[in-house]
Design a binder for this molecule. Structure first.
Ligand code: ADP
Ligand code: MG
Length: 696
């Protein structure tokens, strides 16, 4: 039965067909999003432990790193004076008794029943007359299969509760035996040779069960390249297609509405804004669709540019859409557009998720028959039933939250509409070309005149009380403030609790004389809207919030930003948050409260104190961050990859980009038979929409 399975396509064969998996375990694997054989084989190890040399602890010296086997005799848990949890197990091996020690690993003891056998890796310590291993990694030995789990360099996978390392290892091992040979190399021969990459079936074997660390690294390199190359190919294809297409819509050259709108503004456009508007106008008047990225630091005035872009469409009797990543931001855009455009006779509508059915239907009708000219919304704009009469231009705000796929869907709603993508999250210049390879780039490189740099301070948490007194004084002068508490995915509940606690504490304490409101992502839409409305209207003085306010919010009267646990934010995010204040002419303040537990945190705070320049900070962020900091990468707004790390793998990214461009300019349709498999892989990726570029 198994033998003919091996001929089936690993990309579609369900993982339950792997030996020993079956339906029940397949369900557990589904929690890791492993559905097919291919998913399982592309579930790469996050690291390896070297169990190729099992030793006896009695043969080694204090300070050595060892991997040993032992059987638990007893185990106890103690609390040290410094409140550290110390778990200590007495273990037996062929040569005698030794000890294994864990620090602050709360759940270890439960798993260490007497009689249990373990692999243990860690540092040997020969102190106080007995032999200890300070455990870095351990694994409970169950049943058979020790040629898989020991005597070799062993993979360690991203796992989840109920799916152990041993299970994963066993399944991957079996899947490799059955399916490895059904993988055929799809990267072009020339590319493999040029970049010195390991070929596919071997790379699969070596990435999971490497014969040496060097081979593991070579295998990883191949998959990183593969991932980046496929990504770059998609960008190159997008670009190739778009530059050949001719638009069906066109614009008049009279820009009366735009001029009226500008005349109504209380300020003049900066030179940088004007230049960008010119670039956009040229693009829009060209026969090919615009495909432009607008980078501009926080507060540089991108919204005005967006409005002018949309007005250019309205001017010619066409429609424009403005898409924002959060409902709070979409609503803000809607309100400000509606305010400034209704007097010009331009109809603006807001399409958010969760509209009552009837209202939504009425609105869709108006969009379809062209009664509304500008439609603002979140991703709700992407839903299938949203049909435009004449969508000519699409502006996407805070692009880093949207993926290539979202871009594509929205574009298809018009007949190749013009596309303007705006971002404040500065991808460092050194990376932007590779990440946004399919776009033209405009930059607003100067802030509006009269802005004073935001004064930035660092305090330890003990000083927060004084900080909040400062906030209260600021409020008494008629100004407003933000207090931001972090929300980290792993324990949203706990974080929410922390925000609520802080809110309660402030209301009763330092800010009892102020009108304080709480805003977080779990609140109902209507409640969120109400809070924001009150804050904008000045009916709320202090907004205590989780990071839902991170992007885009514009309330110029807010002059103080307090960030609690600032060490938990990435540099790009801190910069975004600080950008919420200092939007008027007055001196603004940003206070970062944190306990600096790591060098990185200290350097981030220092960078925030020394610079207000988003591009500089983005570069700095790259330098400070250690490789492998995926959470940080996500916050920085760079695309996420399964395996590749844009910080560590910059060189490969460059190589992948060059190879992709060469290939697409040689053979844009990938018609050559040599590229047959590659084309299939790409088509599948595009169809699944598993473009590596995720939504944030
Ligand atoms: P961002 O680029 O971060 O989206 P916004 O578009 O929200 O920035 O603009 C920030 C603030 O600066 C807004 O209050 C806006 O009205 C104001 N602004 C924009 N352009 C100018 C300008 N040329 N002169 C003065 N203020 C401006
Ligand atoms: Mg903005």
């Amino acid at each position: 039965m198994m033998s003919n399975m091996a001929t089936e396509d690993p990309y579609v064969t369900p993982v339950k067909y792997v030996k020993m998996v079956g339906p029940r375990r397949a369900e557990q694997l589904a929690r890791l999003k492993l559905f097919t054989i291919h998913d399982l084989l592309y579930h790469f190890p996050r690291e390896y432990v070297d169990r190729s040399q099992l030793v006896s602890p009695f043969d080694r010296h204090s300070g050595d790193m060892v991997t040993v086997i032992g059987r638990v005799l007893s185990c106890q848990e103690n609390r040290s004076r410094k409140n550290l949890i110390i778990t200590k197990a007495a273990l037996e091996c062929a040569r005698g008794i030794f000890y294994a020690v864990w620090f602050n690993r709360f759940h270890v003891k439960k798993t260490l029943e007497p009689g249990t056998s373990l692999y243990i890796s860690g540092k040997l310590n020969n102190g106080f007359g007995h032999l200890e291993v300070h455990v870095q990694d351990y694994e409970i030995i169950t049943g058979e299969g020790d040629s898989i789990h020991a005597g070799r360099i062993v993979p360690v996978y991203p796992a989840t509760s109920g799916v152990t390392q041993r299970m994963l290892r066993t399944f991957v091992y079996a899947a490799l035996e059955q399916w490895r040979q059904s993988y055929r190399e799809f990267l072009p021969r020339r590319v493999l040779d040029k970049e010195g990459l390991m070929a596919l079936p071997d790379a699969l074997q070596q990435v999971h069960f490497p014969d040496s660390h060097a081979l593991a690294e070579q295998a990883r390199r191949r998959f990183v390249f593969e991932e980046l190359f496929l990504f770059q190919l998609q960008l190159a294809l997008l670009r190739h297609n778009i530059t050949r297409v001719k638009k069906l819509h066109g614009y008049g050259r009279v820009n009366k509405l735009m001029q009226k709108y500008m005349a109504n503004l209380s300020f003049m456009l900066t030179a940088a804004q004007s230049r960008v508007v010119d670039e956009i106008t040229v693009d829009m008047e060209s026969p090919h669709p615009m495909n432009r990225l607008l980078q501009g630091d926080v507060g540089s005035g991108k919204t005005v540019v967006a409005v002018l872009t949309l007005l250019k469409a309205v001017e010619s009797g066409l429609q424009g859409a403005l898409m924002a990543p959060t409902e709070v931001l979409a609503e803000q855009h809607y309100l400000s557009l509606d305010r400034s455009l209704s007097s010009l006779g331009v109809r603006v509508a807001l399409l958010n998720g969760g509209l009552p059915v009837k209202e939504r239907r009425a609105l869709l009708e108006q969009i379809a028959n062209g009664e509304v000219s500008i439609i603002v919304g979140t991703q709700a704009l992407l839903q299938e039933d949203v049909i435009f009469k004449s969508l000519a231009v699409v502006v996407i705000d805070e692009q880093h939250r949207f993926g290539v796929r979202q871009r594509g869907i929205l574009q298809k709603k018009g007949v190749y509409p013009d596309l303007l993508i705006m971002t404040a999250t500065p991808i460092p210049r050194t990376l932007s070309m590779t990440v946004y390879g399919d776009l033209d780039v405009s930059v607003i490189d100067a802030l509006p005149p009269g802005r004073q740099p935001v004064r930035t301070y660092y305090v330890v948490p003990e000083e927060l009380s004084k900080v909040f007194q400062f906030v209260a004084r600021h409020v008494s002068e008629g100004r407003q403030a933000y207090v931001v508490c972090p929300l980290v995915e792993e324990s949203e509940k706990l974080d929410l609790q922390a925000a609520e606690d802080l809110f309660q504490q402030l209301v009763k304490g330092e800010l009892r004389m102020c009108r304080v409101a709480l805003l977080h992502g779990r609140m109902k839409r209507a409640d969120k809207e109400l809070v924001m409305e009150q804050f904008r209207a000045g009916l709320v003085d202090v907004l205590v919030s989780t990071t839902v306010i991170e992007v885009g919010i514009d309330v110029p009267n807010a002059g103080v930003m307090v960030i609690v646990d600032a060490d938990r934010f990435g540099l790009a995010q801190l910069h975004q948050l600080r950008g919420r204040v200092g939007r008027g002419g007055d001196q603004a303040h940003c206070i970062l409260s944190a306990r600096l537990r790591s060098r990185e945190a200290a350097e981030r705070i220092k960078a925030m104190k020394t610079s207000q320049d988003g591009f500089y900070l983005a570069e700095k962020d790259l330098q400070i961050r250690g490789p492998g900091d995926m959470a940080g990468v996500r916050q920085s707004g760079m695309p996420e990859f399964r395996l590749a790390n844009l910080l560590k793998d910059r060189d490969l990214l460059g190589a992948a980009r060059r190879q992709a461009m060469v290939l697409i300019s040689d053979d844009p349709e990938l018609r050559n038979g040599e590229y047959h498999l590659l084309r299939l892989v790409l088509e599948r990726l595009i169809k699944e929409g598993s473009s590596y570029y995720h939504i944030g």
